[in-house]
Design a protein around this ligand. Structure first.
Ligand SMILES: Nc1ncnc2c1ncn2[C@@H]1O[C@H](COP(=O)(O)OP(=O)(O)OP(=O)(O)O)[C@@H](O)[C@H]1O
Ligand SMILES: [Mg+2]
Length: 509
């Protein structure tokens, strides 16, 4: 079988579906899987294993163990796709810790396959930890600056690099204590750090508030019926409560099936019992996605939003917070369900937090900045969290290409060079503004203003003269997207200016 794996697999599949000797065939398949896992020699091999293991069909005793390997393989794969050496190491170390926990479980397990798979898991652990050491050596050897910056994903709780937001944390706390129990809306532009804040809110709030994060962009809104929707909602709540060491009762699809809303409501009763004196903060990220599911007719407005309103009004243990980059005014149908909604605005970081992100993103950061250079990064990004990370990560990448003798000090020239790179690597961010956040007239205004140069206040009348057909509402939209700001001037008339220099650079290209 090992010599002709493909034919062997066909034979196994055949026997599995036809034979009465299912049991023996399964045992053979498990042994084959074990040998395949055992043959791992590198992280490159491990990262591909999850494509090869087909445990779904084998609901046998070995499947919980095989699932450990699938999961570790997936973690390794995602760790290795991190851009910087530093973040690869961070993710691999977490993976090794998880595997270590699995190893402990295996020693205590009564599963008959545990002894067969334990040494394999041990071998994997060794391969991963050795690789982490190797990565660390590479950095030493090449005297590279470790880049801790993270661009592609929201910041989870473990990341030291999450900065600031204490002010928003306190405001949310106050609103949660408000006796009128208003629903909250966390409103901020794209990539301003909404999801990162929601992930990290637990650290900023007192322990009596249990944050429960649900990403509506994911499974809930793509479900095709209420059972799926409510099941995924509950699953999100259960998973995040577990992170705060709160165990919520389980809820299965099976239970929900016959009368989903009633069953969900009964489940909430049981959740409230578990909460005791604590408060649950139900955070629904990307509420716009749910809105579009309603628009498409997949869910009924009254059913879903009515359920939400009922929860807000009649369950004092629960607070609801939506997050998105649109206001409730832009989503009219939500207004009547979210009475008295309080908006929490999330915008640029405070200067001090941005400065920390630049100069000391993590302990032992190797790069120093010449005087005025940090100021320049602040000017270019206006403390926009994503843009600070983008620019700084380009600065580090640029410095790493230079001779080690000058590598550890960033100059104004380095920053300028990094700007050009940042416009390229960050193009998805800038293109999203251009394609999805402004209309054709808005784009004309932005291009016209951008061409005037850095920091220039462009007179409103000049814009009106130069671009025919501009309406007051076109300015309003750009203001609402926080792309430009209004500068009042009684003598020369009002003018507008770009809020963020890096964004101006994109439109000036
Ligand atoms: N508090 C913070 N400290 C440091 N960096 C941050 C912070 N918040 C956000 N970032 C940076 O901004 C990026 C985008 O953050 P996040 O995904 O949380 O934004 P978002 O507002 O949820 O975006 P979207 O509108 O696309 O959902 C992160 O990957 C990270 O680089
Ligand atoms: Mg987000």
């Amino acid at each position: 079988m090992e010599q002709k794996p493909d034919e062997g697999q066909v034979a196994i599949d055949y026997l599995l579906s036809n034979s009465r000797q299912r049991w023996a065939v399964q045992a053979a398949q498990i042994e084959l899987d074990a040998r395949m896992l055992e043959s791992s020699e590198s992280v490159e091999f491990i990262r591909k294993v999850y494509h090869k293991l087909v445990i779904g069909e084998l609901e046998g005793k070995a499947s919980p163990i095989l699932r450990i390997f699938t999961r570790i393989s997936e973690y390794v794969d995602s760790a290795l796709s991190q851009r910087s050496n530093y973040n690869q190491r961070l993710a691999l170390t977490t993976t090794a810790d998880r595997l270590n926990a699995n190893l402990q479980d295996l020693t205590r397990s009564s599963n008959e396959y545990a002894p067969r798979f334990y040494p394999i898991a041990q071998k994997w652990h060794e391969i991963i930890t050795n690789y982490v050491e190797e990565l660390a050596k590479q950095v030493e050897l090449r005297q590279e600056i470790d880049s801790p910056y993270i661009l592609a994903v929201p910041l989870t709780q473990k990341q030291e690099i999450f900065s600031g937001r204490d002010d928003i944390g306190s405001r949310i706390e106050q609103l949660i204590l408000d006796r009128r129990r208003p629903p909250l809306l966390l409103y901020g532009q794209r990539r301003m750090g909404k999801t990162s804040l929601l992930y990290n809110l637990g650290k900023l709030l007192p322990n009596s508030i249990i944050p429960m994060f649900v990403d509506l962009q994911g499974a809930p809104s793509s479900a095709n019926n209420y059972t799926g929707f409510l099941y995924n909602l509950a699953r999100g709540m259960i998973t995040s409560a577990k992170k705060e060491a709160v165990n919520l009762p389980p809820l299965t699809r099976e239970t929900l099936k016959d009368d989903p809303f009633t069953c969900f409501d009964e489940w909430l009763d049981r959740v409230e019992e578990v909460l005791e004196q604590n408060t649950a903060l139900l955070m629904l990220d990307e509420f716009e996605v749910l809105d579009s599911a309603i628009t498409k007719g997949r869910f009924d407005e009254q059913d879903v939003l009515g359920m939400l309103r009922h929860l807000i009004q009649h369950r004092p243990r629960f607070k609801v917070m939506l997050a998105g980059s649109h206001t409730i005014e832009e989503y009219q149908r939500w207004a009547s369900y979210l009475i008295n909604v309080q908006v929490v605005h999330i915008s640029y970081l405070e200067e001090e937090s941005a400065r920390r992100l630049i100069e000391r993103p993590v302990k032992d950061f190797m790069l120093r900045y010449e005087p005025d250079t940090v100021e320049r990064v602040l000017e270019l990004t206006r403390c926009h969290p994503f843009l600070v990370q983008l620019l700084c990560s380009e600065i580090v990448a640029y410095k790493n290409e230079q001779d080690p003798s000058v590598r550890r000090l960033a100059t104004l020239a380095d920053v300028e060079a990094a700007v050009t790179e940042a416009l390229g690597t960050g193009s998805f961010f800038f293109a999203d503004i251009q394609n999805n956040q402004v209309n054709a007239m808005g784009l004309d205004i932005l291009r016209f203003m951008a061409a005037r140069g850095e920091g220039v206040i462009v007179n409103k009348n000049t814009i009106l003269q130069e671009i025919p057909g501009v309406l007051e509402s076109d300015f309003q939209k750009l203001l609402q997207r926080e792309l430009i700001e209004k500068i009042e001037n009684e003598e020369e008339g009002d003018g507008y200016r770009f809020q963020v220099e890096l964004i101006r650079r994109w439109f000036a290209r």
